[in-house]
Design a protein around this ligand. Structure first.
Ligand code: SF4
Length: 358
């Protein structure tokens, strides 16, 4: 059995650690490129969400590299994510491939049942094996996210363009190569220290929070790496959701209550996708004194289109500038960069900041 799964930020490292820990051979899809996207665009319905197109491209590229089993997350709810797996199964078969496709349903608060399901996917492995492999994957998830959080602040102050990203990638690779739980933590903290040593002090800086659909938040290719773009303009960025947050909210749904409380005056029920997080996190970041909020989402994402309308009202009520950016395969880099520059410029003027400072 040669397993594969879609790319989504650092998910490739986390899942590889888990599946290899379970004694399986893994075929990591090649890094996402325009070719990956074009495979998805050519074979998916035109109005399918961007994440569905990119992840289909991942599967095809991995199948061409020899994978024979696809692992995909299932789900339910008002948005389309729940049936991605089924749709992709049909498309892959129509394209003449015949892999085994395993759709893993998220735990929805039933961790015990979820672990039981996972164990059943690996005949011959015990609960002890799952826990051991899960521990390594968990540690990688937590400490890669910590390192990325630091990256999105420190890169705004790097002493030479690209140097902090280079250090981050170096330590990301070290973490990928180890399966020692203590070493993962040590490498992550050392990586953060090293990145810090490559920055210069700046008196003032803008802080922008990025909210929106989870795949775009986590996978840089899908948002044309908006985080890097903002950092390179001297802006510290807070990504409001990481893979760790998604996993936590799946296994401990009660942790959502802070977000729900914050969202409540504007949105009092879950309408699918990550809309409730978009609204709740915008309110939390406005209260925390962020200079502005950017919402990112796939062009056809209904929950985020609803959120966008709500964000217009929140922007006025909470006196915080909000910009919404939607992405699809036709999003041009030049126009998108101009909009970001104009937004940053607006925030600087609001703060009375000198252009030289940032
Ligand atoms: S959240 Fe949006 S982009 Fe993601 S699957 Fe649902 S509708 Fe599509």
């Amino acid at each position: 059995m040669k397993l594969t799964y879609p790319h989504m930020g650092n998910l490739d490292i986390i899942l590889k650690a888990f599946f290899e820990g379970m004694g399986k051979e893994v075929v990591v899809p090649p890094p996402i490129t325009e070719k990956t996207l074009s495979i998805g665009v050519r074979n998916c319905p035109e109005f399918a969400c961007l994440p569905l197109k990119i992840t289909l491209g991942n599967f095809i590229e991995a199948l061409d590299k020899g994978a024979d089993t696809i692992i995909m997350l299932g789900g339910f709810g008002p948005c389309r994510f729940g049936y991605y797996g089924q749709v992709q199964r049909e498309i892959v078969r129509d394209m003449g491939y015949n892999p085994k496709i395993v759709i893993v349903e998220p735990p929805h608060g039933d961790l015990k049942g979820f672990i039981k399901n996972v164990v059943s996917l690996f005949p011959g492995m015990t609960l002890k094996d799952v826990i051991k492999a899960g521990k390594v994957a968990w540690q990688k998830m937590v400490y890669l996210d910590k390192m990325e959080k630091a990256l999105l602040v420190l890169r705004a102050h790097e002493s030479r363009k690209g140097i902090v990203t280079q250090k981050y990638n170096e330590y990301r690779n070290y973490i990928d190569r180890t399966s020692d739980v203590r070493e993962i933590k040590r490498l992550s903290l050392e990586g953060i220290r090293e990145m810090k040593s490559l920055t210069k002090l700046v008196d003032t800086t803008l802080r922008i929070a990025v909210v929106g659909e989870i795949y775009l938040l986590v996978e840089p290719f899908a948002s044309q790496d908006i985080f890097r773009e903002l950092n390179e303009q001297g802006v510290e960025v807070k990504k409001t959701e990481y893979i760790t947050d998604v996993v936590f909210s799946c296994i401990m749904p009660w942790r959502l209550s802070k977000i729900k409380r914050a969202a409540n005056p504007y949105l009092n029920q879950v309408i699918g996708g990550h809309a409730i997080y978009t609204i709740g996190n915008t309110r939390i970041c406005a209260d925390d004194g962020y200079d502005g909020v950017i919402q990112i989402f796939p062009f056809t994402c209904t929950p985020e289109v609803v959120s966008k309308a709500i964000l217009n009202k929140m922007s006025k009520d909470l006196d915080i500038p909000v910009m919404s950016l939607s992405f699809d395969e036709n999003t041009g880099q030049a126009g998108y960069r101009t909009r970001i520059e104009a937004f940053v410029d607006l925030l600087m003027r609001r703060r009375g900041m000198d252009l030289v400072n940032v």
